[in-house]
Write a protein that binds this ligand. Sequence first.
Ligand code: DC
Length: 234
Amino acid sequence: MPPDGPVVITLDGPAGVGKTTLARRLAAALGVAFLDTGAMYRAVALSLGENGWDLPEPQIAERLCRLQFSLHGSGDETALAMDEFVLGDELRSEEVGRWASLVARLPAVRECLVAAQRRMGSARSLVAEGRDMGSVVFPHATCKFFLDARPEVRALRRYNQLLRLGQTPQPLEELVEALRLRDEQDRTRAVSPLRPAEDAIMVDTSDLDVEHVFEQLLQQAKACLERREGGGVR
Ligand code: DC
């Protein structure tokens, strides 16, 4: 990213660590768009349908690379669309998360989505959250964060989030197991596994409330922006 190009701030980390909430709030505070790349993997998993990921990779690429992703609005109000469909909370079930983690292992899927993510990041300033934002997609990001928390803490947060969304979560012990399985899948896959970029700021959120983490991220992000040549967000 050239120093005078759009600002990109990356937030990576495992499922249930609070990335979406924090990235959205950070984007609102900085007046830039918010890019939820998990939603992109969830949406293509749904569009391929159950077992669609068993199709030959060229066929998958042919279907997915045609999809147009676009960002509208900014901050809290940012909407991410796949073709004409705005991606919303209906994608946030554990079942769809599990599918997304399975399709995310396929190089053809990652290639199409990474290209779409870079296109959006080169067009406008944003806070991007996912698994490989700082390590692969935006290696020259203005500021990189990697969030982590103990699995039990993340499972409880996910449980409460599903309740808030009006869904019936599975029992907490099952959710801990499901998260461990998804972590294992995301951390050990061959392409772009979940891992911190070398220059990422590490934040363990296990014993911190969301306000505390948010303040910490905001201060650090502002410091990154000041260090950036010329400073500020364009
Ligand atoms: O953040 P999330 O739970 O919505 O992501 C769903 C899955 O998508 C996650 O288990 C792995 C995959 N994913 C990915 O591989 N790379 C990203 N940048 C974002 C998500």
